[in-house]
Design a protein around this ligand. Structure first.
Ligand SMILES: NC(=O)c1ccc[n+]([C@@H]2O[C@H](COP(=O)([O-])OP(=O)(O)OC[C@H]3O[C@@H](n4cnc5c(N)ncnc54)[C@H](OP(=O)(O)O)[C@@H]3O)[C@@H](O)[C@H]2O)c1
Length: 302
């Protein structure tokens, strides 16, 4: 039976919003499961159920009648996903999409501090694998998208580019290619997964829209915005030093420097091969990268 009803946790967030839009456009019935304190608003047609996000009982009620649960709460909440899984199983949910949405967190795919920083995500997928074995009607799909190109350009200068200040800090050579996906592409991947419920059950899937380097991004932004960015240079060693200093102080923003070291430093082959990604299987079309940058530039001047 095709999936019809989809509950989204974090439906008003940066990722939740485009996913909800894409689900509505594809004809799914969407329910936003929000915190009791939430004041978020949603597009027409979205049912809202408030719940205590720390209570399996409350979440089980909120998930009643839902075929699918999609997790898009903030990264800081990824450690609490186990109770959402328990609630989904108890409510008879058929498919659970955990809050992956980034680097592939399967064992052996991460290294260094990133493995520790994303360990809650890894544990959630391990737990889902076990739960699916015990409950044959319960299935899961994990989607690794790598860095969100548009979001990472607009937030925390993750690509080293500070568009409002018109600066770019290049790490090492700036030529390292890193895999990325834009938010609309990620949202399309979710719809495509749910429309292929049989073939996507109990699988961890990689999707990648573009491999891109910092130097390419600087050039594209300069061309699309008709500006010159003031470029400075640093090394991944120096970025790692700042990361370690922050980690020693328990400062969560060390994650930003780790994203930069993990994703942008020289000397690592990050190319995700065609046969490792599910783009073709899911019928996903990459948008022209220039179009993504144009949209980013436009959003910055709005
Ligand atoms: N790959 C990448 O580059 C990248 C970038 C960003 C995010 N991500 C991933 O995408 C996922 C979603 O992140 P996001 O940035 O979209 O999240 P976000 O914008 O911070 O999400 C906010 C949403 O989460 C809900 N929420 C539930 N519990 C919350 C809590 N304790 N505090 C604040 N909000 C809470 C809020 O709903 P209510 O207030 O309505 O309850 C709101 O709808 C995460 O798994 C994150 O790791 C990946």
């Amino acid at each position: 039976m095709p999936f019809k009803t989809v509950a989204v946790v974090g439906a008003a967030g940066s990722l939740g919003r485009p996913i909800v839009q894409a689900l509505l456009a594809a004809g799914f019935k969407v329910t936003a499961v929000a915190r009791e304190s939430s004041t978020s608003t949603y597009p027409e047609g979205v049912e809202v159920r408030k719940a205590d996000l720390r209570s399996v009982e409350s979440l089980t009620k909120a998930f009643a009648g839902q075929d699918v649960v999609i997790m898009t709460p903030p990264n800081t909440e990824s450690g609490n996903q186990i109770l959402f899984v328990d609630a989904a199983v108890a409510a008879g949910v058929k498919r659970f999409l955990p809050a992956e949405w980034g680097h592939n967190t399967r064992p052996g795919k991460l290294s260094g501090p990133m493995a520790d920083m994303l360990s809650d995500k890894t544990k959630t997928v391990d737990y889902l694998i076990e739960q699916a074995k015990q409950h044959p009607n319960f299935t899961w799909t994990g989607i690794a998208t790598r860095m969100f190109l548009d979001w990472c350009l607009a937030n925390y200068n993750i690509f080293g580019i500070n568009f409002p200040a018109k600066t770019a800090m290049i790490i090492d050579s700036g030529n390292a290619l890193t895999p990325t996906s834009s938010l609309p592409f990620v949202a399309q991947s979710v719809v495509a997964v749910l429309q292929r419920e049989g073939q996507t059950a109990n699988r961890y899937i990689d999707v990648v829209e573009h491999h891109v380097s910092q130097n390419q991004l600087v050039r594209l932004i300069e061309e699309e915005a008709a500006v010159k960015l003031a470029v400075t240079h640093t090394t991944s060693k120096e970025v790692a030093r700042i990361r370690d200093e922050k980690m020693a102080k328990g400062d969560w923003t060390a994650f930003i420097e780790e994203l930069q070291v993990f994703g942008l430093s020289d000397g690592v082959d990050r190319w995700v091969k065609e046969e490792e990604i599910a783009n073709a299987e899911l019928g996903l079309q990459a948008r022209d990268i220039r179009e993504i940058i144009r949209e980013f530039v436009k959003s910055q001047s709005a």
